[in-house]
Design a protein around this ligand. Sequence first.
Ligand SMILES: [Zn+2]
Ligand SMILES: [Zn+2]
Length: 71
Amino acid sequence: MADDELQTCVRCSYVADKEDKYCIRCGAPLKNRCTKKKTPLHKGCSKVNKPDAKFCADCGTETLFNEWGLL
Ligand SMILES: [Zn+2]
Ligand SMILES: [Zn+2]
């Protein structure tokens, strides 16, 4: 299996499948998604940011990793 088909959990370093959204070992999110929620005024933001991004590159909202205190 090639490296780009795997991803590493930022919290426990477990190597997960690329399509997994959460770590099966510690429950931490594996995709650093933007946390901007869908509201009546905004369609929300589901951008997946770089693993070390604290804020979304598209809208500046906190990322999921930042919210979880993983960075
Ligand atoms: Zn983990
Ligand atoms: Zn965003």
